[in-house]
Every structure is written in C-alpha cells, then in structure tokens.
Write a protein that binds this ligand. Structure first.
Ligand SMILES: [Cu+2]
Length: 495
C-alpha cells in the first residue's frame, strides 16, 4: 500500500495535428489547434518526492508552476495506482495563456471510480477550483481522494461545462493494478526466491519470473500480460476548438462534426512516433510503469493488453488485424467468463468473449488481451517457397516490384526516428536482410473501422490508425524453422 499523490494544473495550449500521411511531416503542413488540458503528474509516493517542482506549498516553486500556463498536453498525464493505495490528486487552476479573461472553474472527475460525491468532480453536485489570481501567494487548490477497490482501466476528465472542457482536451487515462495482496486473496502468489508464480499452490510456468503484480489486469491468473498499451480514443472538431479560442458565441455544440480522430492525443502517422510524454528509460519506475506509446511493439508469443478508453463523442468500432482479442474486462470489471470457464473445466478459447472488432462507446473502457501467436507454421512455406502449384509470395512481390517499385511499401520500424526513420519492406524480409528468418518483422494495423475516421480532415491515411510490429520469438531470431522452435516452448508446460 502506498500513498500516491499527483498534482494536476489546468491550463490551455496547442497541438499541431498532421494533415498529410508523411511519417515525418513538414511542420508547415500541420494544423495548429487550440486545446485545454492538464499538466503536472506524480508529485510524491509516500515520503519520496518524485517532482519537487509540483510542491505548490513551497513559494520558491510559484514561478515554475506559473510557467506551466499555456503548456497543456493531449492527453493529460497518466494516473495509476494499486488496489489499497491512497490516491490523492491536487488540482490547481492556472488559467489560460490564450484567454486570460476566461475564469472558468475546473475539476477532476475520476470516471468509473467509486468515490464519495464530495470528490466526484461533478461541480453542480460538489465544487469547482477557481483560477489562481494572486500569483504572489500559493494557488487555491483542492485535493481529490480515491481509494481504489477494483483493478481496471478508467479515465479522468474535467467535468466543468463538460461538453466543452472534455472536447477541448481535459482528459487522461487512469489505471488501477492489482496489488500483491489482492492477487494473494485470489490464490495468486509469487515465490520471490525462486521467482515462480503459483495459482492455488500449482506452478504457473507460463508466467515469467520477472512478472510483478502489475503484469495482471485483474485478480485472475488469465489476465497476465507481457506488455500493456493504453489506447485512449478521442475526436476533435477543429471548428469548435477555434470557436473557443476566438470566443465565438455562435458555435452550437449540437453541430458537432469532428474532422480529426486521435489515439493517445495524436492522429496517424504521429501514432507511430515516440510519444512526447514518455519519460526517458532508466528514470524512476514510478514514472515509467505505463505510458501513452501507441506503436505496439511485441515479440511473437507475447501476451499484450490493450487498455481501450473512449473519450470521443462518437462510438469507436476498434478493429485489430492479425489476431482475435479476448475481452478480459469492461469498465474496470473482469469478464464474468474468466470465472465461469475454469469452473466448467473449459479452456479459455471455449468460453471467453473473443472478437476482431470492439465497439466502444464514449465513456466506456475495454481490456483486450491478445496473444501474438506464431503464424509461420501455416504461412511461411507459401510466402517463402510457394505451395500447391503457386509460386512463392516473395517471387510474386518481386514481379510486382519490377512493374512498379512503389507497389512495395516501406514500413517504418519501431521506434520511429525522424527525420530518416528506419524502414523495411517485404522484399527486404524475403531477401533475408532482416536476419535469416525471412518472415519477421510482421506489421498489423489496428484502426477505427468507421474508415472515414482513418483520415485527417478527409486525407487518408490518418486519424485513429496505428500499427503492431511483431518480431521473432524471444531468443529465437536465428531459428530457421520457426514452428520447430515453438515446439521447444511447448515442452515447458509445467505439468
Ligand atoms: Cu475544466
């Protein structure tokens, strides 16, 4: 159990949205869009100060806090905690750099949290935090408190004039992990000496010794994941944003017509770039636990969790290529099938909710678990050698390339560095220039299946689209015949 204390500062800022599909777009082609948002982040964990600048009670910090006015980010910082933690969020209202006369209150509503109404952040039934006017003294503030009882994926947003403040960008992800204690109550334990995980005393060899309680989405052994990604969806009507910036009273919110669709605050192709809010590696694990990266990068065999959050004003049919997902939770409740299947003696694939498109309404969250199954046993022979009288796909691609070199697309590999990102295409991979396997990496898109939302103001591709890069299985890069290598893993079933 920890006391985790965040400080959020409400203010405004701008985002530069891409208008072309170039992976490293020219700054001159970007559309500058006005936003509201929160800055700040984790202040303290117990007595350990993470970011001393956020100590608003220290008058020496007042200039630095004031300098954050106008620096709003999209989305707001991720907030996370574990079951049993005391989560505190102090809100300070910096006011708007662009609109100094806008004296709106702000709040923090922890969407989906079982909190008392006093700290629910709905101003009409509680309170708002007024703007910091006398900047020679410490800012007015209020501290919200949340005692998380259930793991899961939630969100937070300002609830003042929510139609406008949410659209303007005052939102972020809220993630609650199981604790060691909550896992133990579900029979899930780890021997810290042998680094083995157990369920009701039975060794779970599929869970690596490096896993922690934060590799589980819920208090259920089936919710283990190797990697996790937040996919926070939102949309923007840039006409509305401009009307707020110019304080044009003629804009009517019921005429909402979005023209940009975002994943973690960015539209494709920015979704492939390193997220500006990700701390540098090696910094405090309290800061690096989870981030807003949206280019999913995994190894074959990994289990990866997509924490889908919809803060858009439109329903998002989220479609994932490559594999079917398993719905392990919705709105921070574990899927009932997780408990039912073992009782009926069924395997997960026999009694779980699976799919390839999740329809996510505004204010909903879904926890989608995927396993990057190895496709080599079914597909590699055809692609490399040809089969059933058909020539290899590699030979077909070379024929296409000779007709039009542009027909073979260069795919930016993660992490994408600009300018001059590394790219591969399937001619390179067929030629074995990516290692001896001739099959990896693989790339799968995932996107909003209202495909006009895979545009930036009508220009395709853009919007709510990102990729999953899948590399060869761990430690088997030099494995010539992949499916034979997989058999080695299958021997480790722990029985
Ligand atoms: Cu607000």
């Amino acid at each position: 159990m920890a006391i985790r204390h965040y400080v959020l500062l409400a203010t405004d800022g701008f985002v530069d949205l891409p208008t072309t599909p170039d992976v490293c777009p020219n700054p001159s082609t970007r559309q500058r869009t006005y936003i509201f948002g929160f800055v700040g982040g984790l202040f303290k964990v117990d007595d350990k100060v993470i970011n001393s600048t956020l100590d608003w009670t220290d008058s020496a910090n007042l200039p630095a806090l004031l300098a954050m006015k106008g620096t709003a980010t999209l989305p707001a910082p991720i907030i996370w905690a574990e079951i049993g933690d005391h989560l505190y969020i102090t809100l300070i209202n910096l006011g708007m750099a662009e609109l100094p006369d806008l004296l709106d209150f702000h709040t923090v509503h922890l969407h989906g949290a079982h909190v008392a109404t006093q700290v629910d952040g709905f101003p009409e039934t509680s309170f708002g935090v007024p703007m910091w006017m006398d900047t020679t003294s410490t800012p007015p503030n209020a501290t919200y408190f949340f005692q998380p009882e259930h793991p899961g994926t939630l969100m937070y947003h300002c609830h003042v004039e929510a139609s406008e403040h949410v659209q303007m960008g005052m939102y972020g992800a809220l993630v609650i992990y199981p604790s060691i204690e909550s896992l133990a109550m579900a029979g899930i334990t780890k021997n810290e000496i042998t680094k083995q995980w157990f369920l009701d005393g039975k060794w779970q060899s599929q869970i690596p010794g490096t896993a922690t309680n934060r590799n589980f989405a819920y208090n259920d052994i089936q919710t283990f994941f190797d990697k996790e990604y937040v996919m926070l969806l939102s949309d923007i009507d840039s006409t509305w944003h401009e009307a707020v910036r110019t304080q044009d009273p003629t804009f009517n919110a019921v005429n909402y017509r979005p023209n940009f669709w975002l994943v973690n605050g960015r539209a494709f192709p920015d979704t492939l770039l390193p997220h500006p809010q990700t701390p540098s590696p090696g910094s405090d694990p309290d800061l690096t636990q989870i981030n807003y990266e949206s280019y999913v990068h995994i190894k074959t065999g990994n289990k990866f969790l997509l924490r889908m959050i919809n803060l858009a004003y439109q329903v998002a049919p989220w479609h994932i290529h490559g594999w079917h997902f398993m719905v392990i939770g919705k709105d921070s409740n574990p899927s009932p099938f997780l408990a039912i299947a073992p009782k009926l003696g069924l395997m997960p694939h026999e009694a779980q909710e699976h799919g390839f498109t999740a329809t996510i309404g505004s204010g909903e969250t879904y926890d989608l678990l995927l396993t990057a199954d190895d496709k080599r046993s079914l597909y590699k022979n055809y692609i490399i050698n040809g089969q059933d009288g058909l020539p290899s796909l590699c030979a077909q691609l070379k024929a296409l390339q000779s007709v039009d070199p542009g027909a073979i697309f260069d795919i930016p590999t993660e992490p994408v560095s600009c300018p001059g990102p590394n790219t591969v295409n399937y001619i390179n991979i067929c030629d074995g220039t990516q290692g001896v396997d001739q099959f990896f990496p693989q790339f799968y898109p995932m996107h909003n299946h209202d495909d006009y939302k895979v545009t930036n103001d009508g220009t395709y591709p853009g919007g709510q689209l990102t990729y999953i890069q899948t590399d060869a299985p761990e430690g088997k890069d030099d494995c010539m015949e992949g499916y034979e290598c997989e058999d080695v893993d299958d021997d480790l079933n722990g029985d």
